[in-house]
Write a protein that binds this ligand. Structure first.
Ligand SMILES: [Zn+2]
Length: 128
């Protein structure tokens, strides 16, 4: 058996992280999961062209899925930090870099690492 390549490991991790955040936001329906798969396929091609980009795939897959969801379902993930004002989505930062996080630009805070929305204590039940 061949060892799993670093690329496949990175893609597998990216898929798992983004799925975890989708589950945390309760939007992990079948058609949404297929958006993640589409992104992973595209990013596999992309990293083939640019191997140094392998460490960026988690943030990129998160952004791909966010863009695709905006067209089909609406904003995701909704900001759990701001209790007032218009509902708004979190952004991935850095857009192209390792160790991606969800941030709220209105509050100017890092909310959670990509993959950790559900364990931030903010993505689930409303806090009092
Ligand atoms: Zn916010």
């Amino acid at each position: 058996m061949e060892p799993i390549s670093p690329l496949e490991q990175a893609l597998h991790a990216a898929r798992a992280l983004v799925l975890a955040d989708l589950v945390a936001g309760k939007v992990a329906e079948a058609d949404v999961v297929s958006l993640v798969e589409e992104s992973v396929v595209q990013r596999r091609w992309w990293v083939d062209q640019w191997p140094e980009g392998v460490q960026y795939v988690a943030g990129l897959v998160a952004q791909d899925v966010q863009d695709a969801l905006l067209e089909r379902h609406g904003r995701w993930p909704l900001c759990p930090v701001c209790g007032t004002g218009d509902p708004h989505a979190l952004d991935v930062e850095p857009e192209l870099g390792p160790d991606p996080h969800w941030v709220c630009h209105q509050a100017g805070v890092k909310v959670a690492a990509v993959g950790s929305l559900g364990s931030s204590g903010l993505g689930g039940a409303p806090s009092s």
